[in-house]
Design a protein around this ligand. Structure first.
Ligand SMILES: CC(C)(COP(=O)(O)OP(=O)(O)OC[C@H]1O[C@@H](n2cnc3c(N)ncnc32)[C@H](O)[C@@H]1OP(=O)(O)O)[C@@H](O)C(=O)NCCC(=O)NCCS
Length: 168
């Protein structure tokens, strides 16, 4: 059974391993909390703060960054942005997720997104924007499995081709 939960101190080795693994996909697994501190305790504290809207860097919105845990194994993560900036409303979207390579193609991303949507709804987000690279077939499939309706495919000189989906 997959559960989404806050990261904890005991996740350090697995979370840092996941961060390195996801670099191969060009995906920033631990984001600015990690890159600005390179300290796991501070990263965990920042995730907790940012969920509560505290100590946000300029341009950041409150967000829930949670571990995806299957029987005590860190299989991936989600980040649920609780508001949209101009960038998030265009390219970033409300929810970002990743699954570690060894755990892929088991339906975990679909379950992470399904539970993330429930969590977003519980926090009053009624229309959820999710984006992915046009070439990311796996992510597009995950979004469509979760009810995503394609709004448009954007061809941007900097961001490249990406898909914008909405989930009610
Ligand atoms: C995209 C990603 C999250 C998918 O994770 P996953 O756990 O393998 O996804 P699921 O197992 O839930 O698969 C969902 C669907 O995508 C399909 N799929 C998965 N990987 C695929 C691939 N490489 N190519 C084509 N289809 C793929 C699955 O077959 C499944 O479809 P089905 O149910 O019709 O069989 C994962 O590959 C990943 O973390 N990639 C790097 C980070 C990333 O791209 N995140 C998304 C940013 S928008």
């Amino acid at each position: 059974m997959l559960v989404l939960r806050p990261f904890i101190l005991a996740d350090e080795a697995a979370a840092l391993a996941a961060h390195r693994e996801l670099e191969q996909d060009g995906f920033d697994f631990l984001g600015y909390a990690w890159s600005s501190t390179h300290s796991w305790p501070q990263t965990v504290q920042l995730f907790e703060d940012w969920e509560r809207g505290l100590n946000l860097p300029v341009g950041y919105v409150p967000a829930c960054t949670w571990a995806a845990d299957v029987d005590g194994e860190l299989v991936g993560r989600t980040s649920i942005r609780l508001a949209l900036t101009d960038f998030l409303a265009t390219r970033g979207g409300h929810i970002g997720y990743a699954v570690r390579p060894e755990y892929r193609r088991r339906g975990y991303a679909t379950e992470i997104l399904r539970q993330s949507i429930t969590a977003a709804h519980a926090r009053g987000i009624n229309r959820i924007l999710i984006t992915c690279d046009d070439s990311n077939v796996a992510s597009a499939t995950v979004i469509e499995h979760c009810g995503g309706e394609l709004e448009t495919i954007v061809d941007d000189p900097i961001e490249g081709r990406y898909r914008r989906y909405w989930i009610a």
